[in-house]
Design a protein around this ligand. Sequence first.
Ligand code: PLP
Length: 376
Amino acid sequence: MNAPASPGLYGDYGGRYVPETLIPALDELSRGWDEASADATFRAELDELLERFAGRPTPLYEAARFAPAGKRILLKREDLLHTGAHKINNAVGQALLAVRLGKRRIVAETGAGQHGVAAATVCARFGLECVVHMGSEDMRRQHPNVERMGLLGAEVRPVEFGTRTLKEATSEAIRDWITNVDTTYYLIGSCVGPHPYPAIVRELQAVIGREARAQVLEQIGQLPDAVVACVGGGSNAIGLFAGFIADKDVRLVGVEAEGAASLSAGRSSVLHGSRSSVLADEDGQVLDAHSISAGLDYPGVGPEHAHLRDSGRAEYMTASDAEAVAAFHQLASLEGILPALEPAHALARALDLDAETILVGLSGRGDKDLAEVLSH
Ligand SMILES: *Cc1c(COP(=O)(O)O)cnc(C)c1O
C-alpha cells in the first residue's frame, strides 16, 4: 500500500491508499483529466450533453408552501434530470473522459442502483461495454433498477460476500479494475476513492452550485443564509457547496442519515483507497451503515467533506428515517413534488435550521422510494 502522495490531500484526508499496480492508472487518469478540462472542445461537448441529453440547467424553485412562516426555502431541482438524480452529471463527464482515454470497458459499483443506472445509460449512449458490481442483497431490494440496467445493455454482477451491499460492491469494482486496468475505466459514483477521483467528481458536480448561485441571485437578489444538502458519499453536497465555498457568510450544511453518519460519528480511517472520516470501531474495523435511503447507506464519505468539517467551513447534522419520511410527505402534499428519500433528509433539517433563506439541493426524485415510504 502506498502512502498518500501530496496531490489530492484535503488536510489530513484523501490521498491514494491503493496497491502499487494502480498508481500508473491513477497517474494516467490525473493527466487525462487535467488535459480534458483544459480542452475547450471537451468542455463544449460535455456542456452540450449536459444540456440536451441530461436536461441542464435544472430550475431553482421556491417552495413557498413547504417553508415555515418567516423562512424562504429554494430547491435546486436535480430531480428533474434524465434518470432522476444528479448522478448523471458525473456519469456523462466520466464516460466522455473514458472515451478520450481510449477505454471501451467500464466498471462501476452501485448500491441502490441509481449510479449503476446512470453508468449503464451513458455506456449505451457511447457504445461502451458496462459491468456493474452490485451486492446480491441490494439486487433483491432494488430489483427494478437491476432490470433497468439490463435493458440498457449492462451486465450486473452480484457480489456475494460481507453484507452484500455497497461497501462490498465497491471493493469488487476496484478489484475488477486492478485486474483489467489496461482496457477498463472505473466509473466511480461519488466523490470518494483514491486521488484524483474525489477532485474529478467534485468538478463534474460543481455545475449544480454554479447554476444555483446565479439563479438565487437572479431570483431573490441575494445569497442564501444557508445551503443544505444530503450527504452519502457526498457528491451532490460538494457540487452544491462548491458554488458557495468562497462566500464566507453562507453557511454550508450537510445532512447525513442518523445510521450512516460518517462525519458526525466517524473516525479517521482508510476505506476504498483514501483516508476520510469512516464509521469504524476502535480497531479500524468498518461498521455497517443503516438508512431507509439506500443512497445514504455508506460507511465512508468524500475526504473533502472531512476537511470542511475539521476546518469549520461546513457543518454536518443528521436526520432520522422518520424525519426523512415526514419531510417526504410534507413536500409531496404541499408542493406536488415527490423527493427521493436522500434529499428528504436535507429537507427535514432545512425546516428547523436557524436560518431565514435556505437553498436545498433536491438531489433526486422519489419514484424509486415509493415502496419504502408506503411500508414505513
Ligand atoms: C446516490 C444519491 C445520493 C447520495 O450520493 P452523494 O454522492 O452523497 O450525492 C443522494 N441523493 C440521491 C437522489 C442519490 O441517488
